[in-house]
Structures are given as C-alpha cells and as structure tokens.
Design a protein around this ligand. Sequence first.
Ligand SMILES: [Fe+2]
Length: 179
Amino acid sequence: MSSANTRNIKDANQKAATRLYPTRNDLPEETRAKVVAVMNERLAELIDLALVIKQAHWNLKGPQFIAVHEMLDGFRSGIDAHVDEVAERLVQLGGTALGTVQQVSKNTSLETYPADIHRVEDHLKALADHYAGAGKRVRKSIDQTDELGDADSSDLLTGVSRTLDSNLWFIEAHLQESA
Ligand SMILES: [Fe+2]
C-alpha cells in the first residue's frame, strides 16, 4: 500500500474516532461524546487483556500447566463477552468502536505484556498485573460515567469490574501460600 493510501486511512480513522452519529437516545450529545471516549479507552484495555490471556494460554510451561491452560480459556470467553458489551454500548451512543489492533495498541494504557516468559508462575504474575491495571481503570470509569449521567454505562462497567476481580482472585489464589 502506498504511503498516501496509508495516510488517507489514518486520517479517516482519526475522523471516525471523534465523529458522533445522531440518535434518538435522549442522553445529551456532550454526555454521549464523553462516555464514548471513556468506553473506547476501556475497550482497548479489555481487548489487550483478551489477547494476553491467549498469549499465556499458549506459552505456559511447568507444573499446573493443564489447570491454568484450561482456566484461561474460560477467562478469555468472559472477557470477550464484555468486549462486545462495551463496544456495542458506545456504538449505541453514536460512537465508533475502535477495535483494530493498531487502535488498541495506541489506546491501551496497560503495560506491555512480556513475550519472553514461559513459567506458569511468571505468566500468572504478569496476568495479575494486567488484570489489576484493567480493574483499576474500569473502577474509575464506573464513577466517571455515573457522574456524566449515564447510569447504564456505569452499570455495564460494574459487571465488567466484577468479572475482572473474580478472575484476579483465581489467579492470585495460585500465587499465594495458605497460612
Ligand atoms: Fe487452546
């Protein structure tokens, strides 16, 4: 693809990121615009998280392999469902969901997941950090969207937060010794 074409696509993507479509939804336009921006940030982190769950699922080696390998497939399904909910919510508000790998890479605020680890414990620790980062931001956005007057997005994010906390508990239970 020529560099001019690449530039045109990047310009079009930039416009899509900020354009707000009209809707009969009665939330004020300003509220919808702000919520769309917040939800696209959380969407990027949830897609990032979904990808690294599989990165761990594929590359794990060592004791507890099969238990963790299978556990992570269940986690991935749960996160995928939330990815869909968040993306569709922001489209309902007139936005455009930014789900390409380039947009996700640009918009996620999570640390880069290490690609050179293999031990089960190392993956669990890296995943716990990723979950904690995503959970912290989702919890903040529950309040942000509530304060913006969008109780539905806030409620949706509360469900996401519960899943993130539950998954984090499962991961940390593998890392903590019993008293
Ligand atoms: Fe698999």
